[in-house]
Design a protein around this ligand. Structure first.
Ligand SMILES: [Zn+2]
Length: 254
């Protein structure tokens, strides 16, 4: 696409985006149940669509700006069976509370609140102990998990980047709910802290994936060949694990 038309299109999208109406909470009746659907407008959407947002545990109905609200809603109503099935299939929420289960490197652990103990967060066998007031437990645990994720991911990323002669400018830990990792144009890598919940080969694969992006900023055949090389083991098992368990990881600490 010529630069000028690209520029014009981008500016058009910017204008359209600034005029987008806020998301609207809808309820769709189906088989005696009321199904929550969030209705959003998109400047880029060419057609109406439905998708699952597992992190927010909701169904999102996206419509182009020009489509009438009624048309968009009747599309969702026609898909009510699918919406009901997808909402039902969402994995259970896994709050950070005393006695709840927590995955750590893919291994189930139990959360133990220790209000009277000193310290912050520590491991005792298959239990994660958290000191302090109950209202601080979720944040303390999340901070600890993010620190553990950083402790594991940083040396892995540096070692893998060294193999391909690149430097990692920085490793960031986020709670991005739409992607497990990303690679910035400046050589900074960022990862979801939730990867510390996943088995070590999943973590290894995600780091290999983002480091391979330091060389190839695409998902072409050369990118995949390099990612495969940078993995400790085969890529297929961790990819399959993420596909099967990704939605579940997003339910922790909710
Ligand atoms: Zn990628």
């Amino acid at each position: 696409m010529p630069a000028r038309s690209l520029l014009r299109r981008t500016f058009g999208q910017f204008l359209a985006k600034s005029a987008l109406p806020p998301p609207e909470a809808l309820v769709i009746a189906h088989a005696g149940a009321l199904l929550p659907v969030t209705f959003v407008r998109s400047a880029r959407a060419r057609r109406v669509s439905l998708r699952v947002d597992p992190a927010q545990r909701r169904i999102v109905l996206t419509a182009p700006l020009r489509m009438s609200r009624a048309t968009a809603i009747s599309f969702a109503e026609a898909q009510a069976g699918w919406i009901a099935a997808r909402l039902k299939r969402l994995p259970a929420q896994q709050p950070f509370i005393d006695g709840a289960e927590l995955l750590l490197l893919g291994v189930p652990h139990r959360i133990r609140h220790r209000p009277d103990a000193r310290g912050t967060v520590w491991l005792e066998g298959a239990e994660v102990h958290v000191a302090g007031k109950p209202e601080h437990l979720p944040r303390r645990l999340r901070d600890w998990l993010a620190a553990e994720a950083r402790r594991r991911i940083t040396p892995l990323a540096l070692a893998k980047a060294g193999k391909v002669g690149r430097t990692v400018k920085r490793v960031g830990l986020r709670d991005s709910r739409s992607r497990w990792g990303s690679c910035g144009p400046d050589g900074g890598l960022s990862f979801s802290w939730r990867l510390i919940l996943a088995p070590p080969d999943v973590l290894d694969y995600l780091v290999a994936h983002e480091v391979a992006h330091l060389v190839h900023m695409n998902h072409g055949p050369r990118f995949w060949a390099l990612a495969r090389d940078l993995c400790d083991g085969p890529m297929e098992a961790p990819q399959a694990w993420l596909k099967a368990n990704g939605e579940r990881l997003l339910q922790y600490g909710a």
